[in-house]
Design a protein around this ligand. Structure first.
Ligand code: MLT
Ligand code: ZN
Length: 469
């Protein structure tokens, strides 16, 4: 067996390689997914340049060693787990913001830049990078592009894909490809960039990104509508969607989600909060009071028990800190948390909320629902304090997840609105996609990675053996 760590150390230097015996090596066998297992890599390589990334991909192909790309390890579907061992190629050290160009409205960045740091840097120049995954304080822009991350503001501004104009990608074998553009528009080539965004490092390793920026909104305000229960909140969201209001955020959290942040939040949730609807508007400062009043009145008409308006930055920050704490608090509060992120057409949101209830009732699995309801994208968390190592416990929870997926597809939805497929949803995608669609994706993957060594075992289920096999 090749001593791949030794080979890479000789090529890149020992500072770049986390090898056997290193205290941090196990960290590269885990991510934020709900899997109770970890997959130890032979080594992790912390590359600092495109050339180093390309060298790792060349050496691994020559020696037939699997390579798993990794950003900040904040993924929730196991996309960065080295399931076949081999090398983890981490871009965490590639943290340079190379350029912020206010004239062209673009930034050029390395993949390891933490999303929140990019936002701060561009906001200092009155520019805005809108995608805001809840993990923005620790996730990185390369990982966001690889998973096509969303976030609350996707409701108005769209997801990461809409902000990636150009990419540099290191391919399996070491070739480096630059594709895309810096212009606002461009239809000259097939959209290779779109092909790499959201493919979870199965086609190539992103080593540089040219991202689109927009002018920073001059003001923003946040409104929290408190409702008796999730059905009332869901109905209010549907009515708000039909009513022509265009907030930048339209989120929901149910009673169980509020319960885990109630004590941690500086923001005091009213005691009778059965569900909350979180809205945020942005635009000219003068327009804020009028918009807030309009939203407040509309929430009242829709049966809100209470409406709280936050305009001051500190007040708004505390609301958002609380919102972003829901997922980590659920994770801390339960031994198992399957965090699904199903997405249904906007007209089916109320039905999806009731289907989630049905799954909880039918399986007895505790459930917390929150997320980007305005996009039809709900984080249905299936929770348990049973032993995660018990296969029967896991089978029961994944059985509940399967029921949820079937309901989602019945409503015309999709299994994942923002977290991706990775490992955890790989074996469920046939609920949504035909064998023909899956097979075309296999061919597409084989074009970029004929060896099958780049992030193996992800996204696509194994081919069914034919009768003659
Ligand atoms: C969120 O919206 O909070 C994130 O997607 C994380 C999660 O769903 O757990
Ligand atoms: Zn989310």
């Amino acid at each position: 067996m090749t001593d791949i760590a030794g080979v890479l150390e000789r090529e890149l230097g020992s500072a770049a390689v986390v090898g056997p015996g290193h205290e941090r090596l196990d960290d590269y066998g885990r991510d934020e997914s709900p899997l109770p297992v970890f997959y130890p890599p032979a080594c992790a390589v912390l590359v600092e340049s495109t050339e180093q990334a390309a060298a790792v991909l060349r050496i691994c192909l020559e020696r037939k060693v699997p390579v798993t790309p990794r950003g900040a390890g904040s993924g929730m579907c196991g996309g960065a787990l080295p399931v076949n061992g081999g090398v983890v190629l981490s871009t965490e050290r590639m943290q340079r913001i190379k350029q912020i160009d206010a004239g062209d409205l673009v930034a050029v960045v390395e993949p390891g830049v933490v999303t929140g740091r990019l936002q701060e840097a561009v906001e200092a120049e009155q520019l805005f990078y809108p995608p805001d995954p809840a993990s923005l304080e620790f996730c990185s822009i390369g990982g966001n592009a690889s998973t096509n991350a969303g976030g609350p503001r996707a409701f108005k501004y769209g997801v990461t894909r809409e902000y990636i104009l150009g990419l540099e990608v290191a391919l399996m074998g070491g070739e480096v490809l630059r594709c895309g553009r810096r212009t606002a528009k461009g239809v000259t080539s097939y959209d290779l960039v779109a092909g790499f965004v959201g493919t979870e490092g199965t086609f190539g390793v992103i080593t540089e990104l040219t991202v689109k920026l927009v002018p920073l909104p001059m003001a923003a305000a946040t409104v929290l509508g408190v409702f008796a229960d999730v059905a009332a909140a869901g109905a209010a969201i549907s009515a708000l969607l039909r009513g022509g209001l265009r907030p930048r955020v339209l989120e929901l959290a149910d009673r169980n989600s509020i319960a885990v942040i109630r004590d941690k939040s500086r923001y005091r949730f009213p005691a009778n909060a059965g569900a909350i609807v979180l809205l945020e508007v942005d635009g000219e400062p003068e327009a804020m009071p009028m918009m807030m009043e309009k939203i407040g009145l509309r929430c009242d008409e829709l049966g809100a028990l209470d409406v709280l308006a936050a305009t001051e930055p500190a007040e708004r920050r505390s609301v958002w800190e609380a919102r972003r704490l829901i997922s980590p608090s659920l994770k801390a509060g339960y031994r198992i948390k399957l965090n699904e992120d199903v997405c249904v057409p906007r007209g089916r949101i109320v039905e999806m909320l009731s289907r989630a209830d049905q799954v909880a009732a039918a399986t007895g699995v505790e459930c917390a629902v929150f997320g980007h309801a305005g996009d039809g994208n709900l984080h249905v968390n299936l929770l348990s304090n049973a032993d995660p190592a018990d296969p029967a416990v896991r089978a029961h929870l994944w059985g509940a997840a399967r029921q949820l997926f079937v309901h989602t597809i019945e409503l015309g939805g999709t299994l994942s609105g923002e977290h991706g497929v990775g490992l955890t949803k790989r074996d469920y995608i046939a609920i949504e996609q035909s064998e023909q669609v899956i097979e075309w994706q296999r061919r597409w993957k084989a074009m970029w990675d004929p060896s099958g060594l780049l992030n193996p075992g992800k996204r696509l289920p194994a081919r069914r053996p034919s009768c003659s096999e």
